[in-house]
Design a protein around this ligand. Structure first.
Ligand code: ZN
Length: 201
């Protein structure tokens, strides 16, 4: 067993911080020490913000986004085009697309991808609610912005089947050359996909 250098409260703080994505044990120790040193400026407000978030965070019953109100800020924003839905796997993807800032539309968060080997079937994802939204009749286009992985594409095919029969255009993100990318560095799969989804110049 490794030697302890701090009391159980600090050890526990480090252990919990080490579970945060992007932090390992080493970064967790640095973060804990930094917070302890900046107790009033950082640790106290952070503890307050976390307690408040624990109390207020909820999942939007319409789209699956996380927010402090239900329906969420995006679902209740009257300036957004409600005829277009972007389907994403996770809230982090929604945030990424919002950072890109190209479309002022609404979203649907699946909460993962179909993965039979891991026991994740359609019932484990937020798919029924997507079909229900499609059935309401306001949606004209569903953009499947799932990851370009095998699971992501399997999920996209399944969703396309589920949305058949509605008057809805189902599209997906283009696969290909990243902005600023050099062809020589791309893998063959990406290059082949780029050629297939070429567009008129
Ligand atoms: Zn929502």
């Amino acid at each position: 067993m490794s030697k302890r250098v701090a009391g159980p409260e600090i050890e526990r703080l480090i252990q919990l911080l080490a579970k945060v994505p992007g932090l390992g044990p080493r970064s967790a120790r640095r973060a804990a020490l930094h917070m302890i040193k900046k107790k009033d400026q950082l640790m106290v407000p952070l503890a307050g913000a976390m307690a408040e978030a624990v109390d207020k965070v909820r999942v939007c019953s319409t789209c699956g986004n996380v927010d402090t109100i239900d329906p969420c800020t995006i679902c209740t924003d009257p300036r957004r085009d409600s005829t277009i839905l972007i389907v994403v796997e996770d809230v982090s993807d929604l945030w990424a697309l919002e950072r890109a800032g190209t479309m002022n539309v609404r979203y649907h968060v699946l909460g993962g991808t179909l993965s039979p080997l891991d026991g994740i079937g359609p019932d484990q994802l937020n798919i029924k609610q997507l079909v229900a939204r499609a059935a309401e009749g306001d949606v004209a286009e569903v953009i499947l912005a799932v990851n370009a992985t095998v699971e992501g594409q399997t999920t996209a095919h399944y969703l396309t089947d589920q949305l058949e029969g509605f008057e809805i255009k189902v599209t997906r993100l283009a696969h290909g050359v990243p902005v600023g990318g050099e062809l020589d560095y791309l893998d063959e799969g990406t290059l082949a996909a780029a050629l297939r989804s070429r567009t008129a110049f």
